[in-house]
Design a protein around this ligand. Sequence first.
Ligand SMILES: [Zn+2]
Length: 118
Amino acid sequence: MEKKILAMTMAICIALTIGFVYQGFRIVELEQELLFCMNCKDVFNLNMRLKSCTCGRSRGRYQDDLNASFKGSAIPLGFANKSFIAAIQNQPKEGPGRGFEAFVVESNCPTFKKLSDD
Ligand SMILES: [Zn+2]
């Protein structure tokens, strides 16, 4: 079980690091929005193009620098970039890594809206 959680955490960190490189301008934002697919368990970040999880049941995108939307069986997540970047910068060579702040976005968030499925 711990190996599964560690593997998932590593996958999230790699995906977000790649996301920061790809979307370098977003690194200064206070939060980064992600989607967690309740069906396939993928966690993925968003950009201006429509992105989907592995199973295709969850998808979303940014409309602009502030607003995002999604469809499907996804739960919106947020990472506080300041604490996440601090955890990356303080990655230990051994032992447990530093935690960072993550949260589930409220279901009626005005800037991260769930759209009805087609
Ligand atoms: Zn999925």
